[in-house]
Ligand binder design. Structure first.
Ligand SMILES: *Cc1c(COP(=O)(O)O)cnc(C)c1O
Length: 425
């Protein structure tokens, strides 16, 4: 397949990242000498045009928040998913900016694992970003595209999906522009009525696409509703369609159907490969699934303490005097807030891990600041690393934060600010 002439651009980005990194290192060195919160200004190094991605903006000396991605935990979850799938390859779903955790970091990391056969996104930009980060395995975009979008995907070796009635015509036009058949994935709707060509009128459409000299059907898939009884009905509908295609000698490419829920609960739908997202991100589909696989938290949300102050009874901290202790206590300020993705509902419900101990969020979660109650002893210092979400203590597990804030796991991770640097550890 033709590769786009994007190498010079990638090389340029790489060089730009290196330059920025060097500039920031010396800035941080002098900031470290100045030894205090004044050093914070030095970490604002992400200029326009610099892609926000792994290790390009993260500096070990920063106070500002960052996200750590635990490669070993991701690899563990991938192994668990592959085990549930009986060793079938995984089409790893990293849509929606990798569910908030960062596709430029998560995509290449997952693509580097042998059990992962490819990646699936829902936006063209996501797929192109991951190609730009060096992913060479197949990438499927699980969305319909305009002719221009399909052309751009094919030029970058990304597989578009089609499901609209007029897909054969659009693919013919794109194929003529490119001078070669367009590889596509066929998305069949078996009853969810979200995306997909309705199975009820898919036959002539499939026949036309498979027989078209302008189209190369690379794969065919459906999506389940997660209602197990109806899943079985959907499976039967898909099977009937596949049986018909086999009978007519219409090759449909790689078959896939199972996202996380059906990876766990509908083994007959595992087909040629499985298509989970949530499982890889450490989110099992329900309590009973925790018995079936050991899924681990894959990320941490961290920052550093920028201020520690002593309060006397009568003092207060935060807007509207949110925290009014009736005893002498210490408070610590974290330079992280709602803008970064730490939810305001954490105030009064969540705790933060610093040096092996957890401290309650007490003085509010503002746009960019969070205030902790440290207690009567000054057990925290400026510069200490604070883990707001992570695997190292039950109180800060992603699922604990999700429960205490009543937001749910996906809401928590989808809220992570795309600009937070991602660091694979
Ligand atoms: C989101 C999505 C998936 C992955 O779902 P999970 O529940 O995260 O495993 C798979 N296929 C399609 C079409 C999706 O939209």
């Amino acid at each position: 397949m033709d590769r786009p002439p994007d190498l010079p651009r990638r090389r340029f980005l790489h060089l730009a990242g290196t330059t920025v990194g060097l500039a920031a290192t010396s800035a941080c060195a002098s900031a470290a000498r100045s030894n205090g919160p004044g050093a914070r200004g030095a970490s604002g190094i992400s200029g326009p045009g610099v892609p926000l991605t792994v290790d390009r903006t993260y500096k070990p000396t920063r106070f500002d928040p960052w996200i750590e991605l635990d490669r070993a935990a991701w690899a563990h979850n991938v192994r668990e998913a592959a085990r549930l799938a009986g060793g079938r390859p995984i089409l790893a779903v990293v849509k929606n900016n990798a569910y908030g955790l960062g596709d430029r970091a998560v995509g290449p990391m997952l693509a580097g694992m042998s059990q992962v056969g490819g990646l699936a996104a829902v936006r063209v930009e996501e797929a192109l970003a991951m190609r730009e980060e060096g992913v060479t395995k197949p990438i499927v975009v699980m969305a319909e595209g305009s002719e221009d979008e399909i052309e751009e995907m094919v030029r970058h070796d990304v597989l578009p999906s089609v499901w609209l009635d007029d897909a054969p015509g659009r693919l013919r036009n794109v194929s003529r522009r490119l001078g070669r058949p367009v590889p596509v994935q066929l998305f069949i709707d078996t009853g969810m009525n979200r995306e997909g060509m309705p199975y009820t009128r898919a036959r002539s459409w499939i026949e036309e696409l498979v027989q078209s000299q302008h189209v190369d059907v690379n794969g065919t898939y459906t999506m389940f509703t997660h209602d197990l009884d109806f899943d079985r009905e959907q499976h039967a509908r898909f099977e009937e369609l596949l049986g018909w295609a086999r009978g007519k000698n219409l090759p449909l490419g790689t078959l896939h159907a199972a996202p996380t829920y059906e990876l766990f609960h509908l083994p007959e739908a595992h087909y040629d490969m499985v298509r989970p997202g949530n499982a890889l991100f450490g989110n099992p589909p329900g309590e009973e699934a925790r018995e079936m696989a050991d899924l681990r938290p894959v990320f941490s949300l961290k920052t550093r303490v920028v201020r520690v102050e002593h309060l006397e009874p009568g003092d207060s901290a935060g807007f509207n005097r949110t925290f009014m202790p009736d005893r002498a206590t210490w408070v610590a300020l974290l330079p992280i807030g709602r803008t970064d993705g730490y939810p305001s509902q954490a105030n009064g419900t969540c705790e933060v891990l610093i040096n092996g101990r957890v401290y309650p969020v007490a003085g509010g979660v503002n746009s960019a600041h969070t205030i902790l109650d440290i207690g009567p002893d000054k057990t925290v210092e400026v510069g200490d690393v604070a883990t707001l979400i992570g695997p190292d203590h039950p109180a800060v597990l992603p699922h604990t934060v999700a429960e205490r804030t009543e937001l749910g796991f996906l809401r928590i991770i989808q809220s992570m600010n795309p600009r937070l640097p991602r660091r694979v550890v």
